[in-house]
Design a protein around this ligand. Structure first.
Ligand SMILES: Cc1ncc(COP(=O)(O)O)c(C=O)c1O
Length: 400
């Protein structure tokens, strides 16, 4: 293992994750109902939250609120906005202004707000699939049309290819939603790939929503490029980022929707005002604390730990004939292709859920191209990853 991956092996902050069962967390407490995997004996490796406590600076912020004990309306966002500006500049080389920042009730809500502000019922919304499943949910619910452009796979990884996108466009599209870095494939798109997407958006006159919620969880050796750093795209660009994946505080439900273009901003502001949308103060205090040097140090350690997890997972899963784990460049979401196992989807899913007792996200929910896949959440103590690998080896022992 390279430097860093080793030290992460014994990190009590990540090795000693608390038992979450019985806390009303969806990952463990809805697992049986959704997947038939009992929480007493099963492993929850589905929805994208990690098993780890957030950094102490975030816990202290919440403790400070509890100590005070009065939970009134939030006011004066200046510290919160300054923290966002600092983080984007320090960690991503991207200068943002306070006036560009909208705070939504998370980024699924941010996506829904963008659909409402920038498109009309019946409009086509372009997705490069497979992709984060909630995009489709909100697009369908809003009466817009999903236009799927399956991502080609080259050398075992998804790639963005102009012809592969354009082959599916018919002219009725108004928006393209990009997931960058990519969930579920774990790609960190190159600048050239991002240029391709920006170019398609310009030529087809699409609003470009770049969901960069996973931008902080980038594995060593890869560098994320914020779409906002590209030339000539600002007039159609909506950037979405959040503390929630980075610091494992998804329940705080706060998202940053960052728009530099004044005309787009005016439309979004009008729709958000019409919906009476405002975030909760716990989320704002947690985000303010998280976007800090202490938060940054924790993220660096967390990424090293995830990197060691995914190396272990890839080595063991790829050693099972017929299974192939896509190499993760970012995120903690392992994407495993079962097509080579020579069995249908019901059979490999049954083996993973019933025989191995592991709840994962099912590939087809991510759209075209996800049919033979399951998504495994690797944001867990190393012992859980080892146990999952051992269970998969047993469940697919006949392939050895
Ligand atoms: C790409 C992407 N966007 C958005 C979300 C969810 O965002 P939120 O919890 O802020 O609604 C996720 C969660 O996994 C995600 O992967």
């Amino acid at each position: 293992m390279p430097d860093g991956a080793d030290t992460a092996l014994v990190d009590p902050r990540f090795d000693g994750a608390p038992d979450r069962r019985g806390t009303n967390c969806v990952k463990w407490d809805a697992m049986h109902a959704l997947y038939g995997v009992p929480p007493e004996t099963g492993l929850a490796m589905w929805v994208a939250d990690m098993e780890f406590r957030p950094p102490q600076v975030v816990l202290d912020a919440v403790a400070g609120m509890l100590d005070h004990g009065v939970f009134g309306y939030f006011g004066d966002p200046s510290r919160y906005l300054a923290a966002i500006r600092w983080w984007m500049a320090e960690r991503h080389g991207w200068q943002v202004e306070d006036a560009w920042i909208f705070t939504t009730h998370g980024l699924v809500n941010g996506t829904a707000m963008c659909l409402d502000a920038f498109t009309d019922p019946g409009d086509g919304i372009v997705l490069l699939t497979p992709v984060y499943h909630a995009f489709r949910k909100v697009i369908d619910a809003a009466g817009r049309r999903v236009v799927e452009c399956p991502l080609p796979i080259v050398d075992g990884r998804y790639v963005i290819d102009r012809a592969a996108i354009e082959a599916h466009l018919t002219g009725g599209e108004r928006m393209l939603i990009l997931c960058s870095p990519h969930n579920p494939g774990g790609r960190v798109w190159t600048r050239a790939e991002l240029e391709t997407v920006a170019d398609v958006a310009r030529q087809r006159d699409l609003v470009l929503v770049s969901d960069e919620i996973h931008h902080d969880l980038v594995m060593p050796g890869h560098a994320h490029v914020p779409m906002a750093l590209l030339e000539g795209v600002a007039d159609r660009l909506v950037m979405m980022t959040a503390t929630t994946k980075t610091f494992n505080i998804a329940g705080s439900h706060v998202g940053n929707v960052i728009v530099s273009d004044p005309a787009l901003r005016a439309r979004l502001a009008a729709r958000m005002a019409a919906m009476g949308s405002s975030p909760n103060s716990f989320g704002l205090h947690m985000a303010t604390a998280a976007y800090s040097p202490e938060g940054a140090a924790w993220v660096d350690d967390c990424v090293r730990y995830i990197d060691a997890n995914r190396r272990l997972f890839d080595d063991r899963v790829n050693a099972i004939p017929g299974l192939r784990s896509m190499p993760l460049e970012a995120t903690y979401l392992g994407w495993v292709d079962f097509e080579g196992a020579g069995m249908d989807r019901e059979e490999f899913t049954r083996r993973v859920q019933r025989d191995a007792g592991i709840a994962t996200n099912h590939g087809p929910t991510f759209g075209a191209g996800g049919e033979h896949y399951l998504r495994f959440n690797l944001g867990a103590p190393r012992a859980v990853i080892e146990e999952a690998c051992a269970r998969l080896e047993r469940a697919f022992a006949d392939l050895q």
